[in-house]
Design a protein around this ligand. Structure first.
Ligand SMILES: Cc1cc2nc3c(=O)[nH]c(=O)nc-3n(C[C@H](O)[C@H](O)[C@H](O)COP(=O)(O)OP(=O)(O)OC[C@H]3O[C@@H](n4cnc5c(N)ncnc54)[C@H](O)[C@@H]3O)c2cc1C
Length: 383
């Protein structure tokens, strides 16, 4: 029987909330714990495509739509075939992920899904009180995906770079995509003085998702992204016969805002709200997998849920990177081409996954031109 007292409450059934509930529900240690999910949305729409890199088999391979064994990086002077060293790039459609998670949850008698919107969470003593639009729940620990008002207020010293993009899935009449390789970044078409590029996921020889993407402080008009995608298709792919089958757009924060400062003994911010988006790349799905495992291990060990979630030195690298792109947004092509020319994908992906040694990180840092990062380092002392 569902109860209004729970061991764990998860607010928001998105990438983070569902990864966490799947990790909790998959561990026999939690069989007798009552878990509550509060989510206002039906979670059926295919509202985003998640990609991430991984070596070998992964836990979501059965719901993966596409796996690319190869990758390209293209800039104005050259095209680089990235040596993937065993990494593969995997794509999950969000609708498949939501469906999969719900199916697993249905089989678990200790997980309750309630369609409701959370208004407030208050911690007192050994329990938290969660007030929704229609009810009140108690939980020993809460994992909260709601982004704090402080982040949106934009009224502090932190930098809020945005990864913003619009994409079209296009279908062509003749074969024109290499479906074995995705394009991480193509800088041949750029918005002036900005870090902007095309990201391409070929789904077949005749179908691909093309996203015109910015890492920049300001958004542009929707028609601007579309103009650039059209221009890319016509001038770079040299295609005039194609149809648009679907669209995707998004805004992902790339920020040095200290999301984790909102965490307490019993309330842990998760996902974008918890700083799980890697500030320098905008990726977070793989963090959602890994951080969920760390939280589960912490709960089992009696540690605070956010114990060892973040690695300080990587946050420092991220902050420097954000600072450089904030102050010199026009340098994106040079910075990324330096990185992809001088390092193999193995080193880059493991660096972005925060799994490198300090020695490997020095090698990565040596691939960048020095002055923008030195200036960012000097500025960081004034924060
Ligand atoms: C279009 C798009 C494409 C992306 N592609 C990638 C990618 O390829 N790879 C990658 O790693 N990252 C990607 N990201 C970034 C990131 O992985 C996603 O944004 C991810 O969904 C973030 O997970 P989350 O759980 O924080 O947020 P969400 O997945 O957005 O989930 C938050 C949930 O909280 C619920 N919620 C909100 N308010 C309340 C409330 N008051 N009460 C209860 N529930 C509430 C929402 O309804 C939602 O279901 C993408 C983002 C977008 C927008």
């Amino acid at each position: 029987m569902p109860t209004s007292h729970y061991d764990y409450a998860i607010v928001g059934a998105g990438a983070a909330g569902l990864n966490l509930v799947l990790t909790l529900a998959g561990d026999p240690y939690f069989e007798k714990k009552q878990i509550l999910i509060l989510e206002p949305d039906a979670k059926v729409a295919n509202d985003r495509t998640w990609c991430y890199w991984e070596k070998g088999k992964g836990q979501y391979d059965e719901i993966t739509t596409k796996i690319w064994p190869k990758a390209k990086f293209i800039y104005s002077k050259d095209e680089i075939d990235l040596e993937m060293s065993g990494y593969q790039y995997k794509m999950i459609q969000s609708a498949n992920f939501y469906h999969h998670a719900k199916k697993v949850i249905e089989t678990k008698g200790n997980v309750t899904w309630v369609n409701d919107k959370v208004n407030t969470i208050e911690e007192s003593g050994s329990e938290c009180t969660i007030v929704t639009e229609t009810a009140t729940y108690m939980a020993k620990f809460v994992f909260d995906s709601r982004i704090s008002h402080e982040f949106h207020n934009n009224n502090d010293k932190y930098l809020r770079l945005l990864q913003h993009f619009k994409g079209w899935v296009i279908r062509t009449e003749k074969d024109c995509f290499d479906e074995s390789a995705f394009t991480m970044m193509d800088f041949r078409l750029k918005w002036p003085q900005s870090t902007s590029f095309m990201y391409i996921l070929p789904l077949s020889k005749r179908e691909a998702l093309l996203e015109f993407t910015f890492f920049s402080p300001e958004l542009v008009k929707e028609s601007d992204y579309e103009e650039y995608i059209k221009k890319y298709i016509e001038d770079i792919l040299n295609l005039d016969d194609y149809s648009i089958t679907s669209e995707e757009k998004g805004i992902i924060p790339m920020s040095n805002f200290p999301f984790h400062h909102a965490n307490t003994e019993r309330v842990t911010k998760i996902g974008t709200a918890g700083g799980w988006v890697k500030p320098s790349s905008g990726y977070s799905f793989k963090n959602a997998i890994n951080y969920s495992k760390q939280i589960v291990s912490n709960l089992k060990n009696g540690d605070r849920p956010d114990h060892k979630l973040f690695k300080k030195r990587f946050r420092k690298y991220d902050a420097l990177f954000i600072d450089v792109l904030w102050h010199n947004n026009e340098l994106g092509e040079e910075i990324f081409s330096d990185m992809y020319r001088k390092n193999n994908a193995n080193r880059i992906f493991s660096f972005l996954d925060e799994e490198t040694t300090f020695f490997q990180e020095v090698k990565i840092m040596n691939s960048f031109r020095k002055w923008p990062f030195t200036k960012a380092l000097l500025r960081s002392f004034t924060y």
